[in-house]
Design a protein around this ligand. Structure first.
Ligand SMILES: [Zn+2]
Length: 62
């Protein structure tokens, strides 16, 4: 699978070796649940996971 999730901020990362949001290179193949955040300021899920940048995020990262 080409999509990985950042262990730090849960961001879905496609075909890259580091997270575009936090520049973390600790990415996981093992994640589940996908949320798309359009407006972090107005999203309960974004608040819960701690997201401040719009994009696609995993709900759970192992
Ligand atoms: Zn990240």
């Amino acid at each position: 699978m080409a999509e990985k999730a950042c262990r730090d901020c849960n961001r879905i990362v496609e075909d890259e070796s580091e997270c575009p949001v936090c520049r973390n290179n600790d990415l996981s193949d093992s994640w589940s649940g996908l949320v798309v955040i359009y407006d972090p300021e107005d999203s309960e899920i974004a608040d819960k996971i701690g997201i401040s940048t719009p994009g696609r995020y995993a709900v759970r990262v192992k």
